[in-house]
Design a protein around this ligand. Structure first.
Ligand code: SF4
Length: 356
């Protein structure tokens, strides 16, 4: 696949484009002013624009649908040059402003959930993305543009910080090199300038890659989709657990360099009668012993075709209370965007079936 302008770090562009100060100007247009065409770059000479158009494609994706939830969550479907699609979700976190009809129009804090692959190899049984199998990795540029396009589409000022979570479609650590490159471009002060401390890699737990990532010491945060406390159930939910079991994940996390002000997030998707009992809560407490952890309990969101069920609110609260009583920080995630099926992979599924 031909490299696009979004696949280059600033240093790489400075080596390729002469005079090199032009590279910084281009970066500025891409990531501070969110230009999506070379024609928009007013201070770039015409002949350079022509050469850029030929050698560094800029028109790499388009937004083909946006679904908006009443809670302000927006789900974007991107289409890339080869026709493949991936999604990104914008979540409004705090300081919401509403219009006269009560619709949320602005938020002080944004989190973007970004995809790293088209499809996924991990095969989680609760996930629609998994059902379509793995198609391909996203390039670094295709990861980066999800963020710049979301910022542009929502008029988010360039100096406004957002949080990034790599937890859309795909397993980010299975696309390691492109992910690392994207993080470099996204965190560059001349690029999107989003600190690595505001970037969280959410993984299904490829322990060897967690170790590899830890050695790079980028300052990124880590979230682990744990979901179960014994290997039998976890392998049923996440088949890849057979290769990277719970013990190997916990060991890798214990060695991961985490900012002392932060914690490792453990995502626990609570499924009725599967992993929602106090025995599971107790095992979880023991498993996390020695880790500066925070547990995020997530209501399972049923979708068509699944046999899993959503737990009751009381069950969730009982689970949470048990963890809190044992000194484990634990939150219950608000189910954002439930009316637009914001669970992983669901928008793409609808689009492909022609239902949206
Ligand atoms: S939940 Fe995430 S890791 Fe699991 S199959 Fe879906 S996209 Fe892949």
């Amino acid at each position: 696949m031909k490299k696009t302008i979004y696949d280059y770090s600033l240093e790489e562009l400075q080596e390729k484009i002469k005079p090199s100060f032009r590279a910084k100007q281009i970066y500025n247009w891409l990531y501070k002013k969110y230009a999506t065409k070379y024609d928009e770059m007013k201070n770039i000479p015409k002949d350079l624009k022509l050469s850029l158009t030929e050698n560094y494609p800029i028109d790499i994706c388009k937004i083909i649908s946006i679904e908006k939830s009443s809670d302000g969550t927006k789900k974007y479907l991107f289409q890339y040059a080869d026709g493949k699609t991936a999604e990104a979700v914008l979540l409004l976190m705090k300081g919401k402003q509403k219009d006269e009809e009560g619709n949320i129009i602005k938020s002080e804090k944004y989190t973007f959930c970004v995809s790293s692959q088209v499809g996924c190899k991990v095969g989680c049984t609760f996930c629609l993305t998994a059902k379509g199998g793995f198609v391909r990795n996203l390039t670094a540029g295709e990861i980066v543009t999800q963020i710049s396009y979301l910022k542009k589409d929502n008029n988010i000022a360039e100096n406004k910080s957002v949080n990034i979570v790599y937890m859309g479609m795909g397993e980010p650590l299975d696309n390691f090199e492109n992910l690392i490159k994207a993080i470099k471009i996204i965190s560059d002060l001349d690029g999107l300038a989003i600190s690595t401390r505001r970037q969280t890699i959410s993984t299904s737990g490829i322990s060897t890659k967690i170790e590899k990532l830890g050695k790079l010491d980028l300052g990124v945060q880590l979230a682990i989709s744990l979901h179960a406390v014994d290997d039998g159930l976890r392998s049923e939910l996440i088949p890849m657990n057979k290769a990277y079991n719970i013990r190997s994940i916990i060991d890798a996390v214990k060695n991961f360099p985490i900012d002392t002000r932060k914690k490792v997030m453990f995502e626990y998707l609570v499924i009725k009668d599967k992993n929602d009992d106090i025995k599971s809560a107790d095992k979880l407490v023991k498993l996390l012993n020695g880790i500066d952890a925070k547990v995020n309990l997530i209501f399972f969101n049923p979708f068509e075709g699944t046999t899993y069920e959503r737990p009751s609110k009381n069950t969730m609260m009982r689970f949470q209370e048990y963890l809190l009583a044992k000194g484990v920080i634990c939150t219950i995630r608000e189910s954002k965007g439930i009316d637009i099926s914001a669970a992983c992979g669901q928008l793409k599924e609808k689009e492909q079936n022609g239902n949206s």
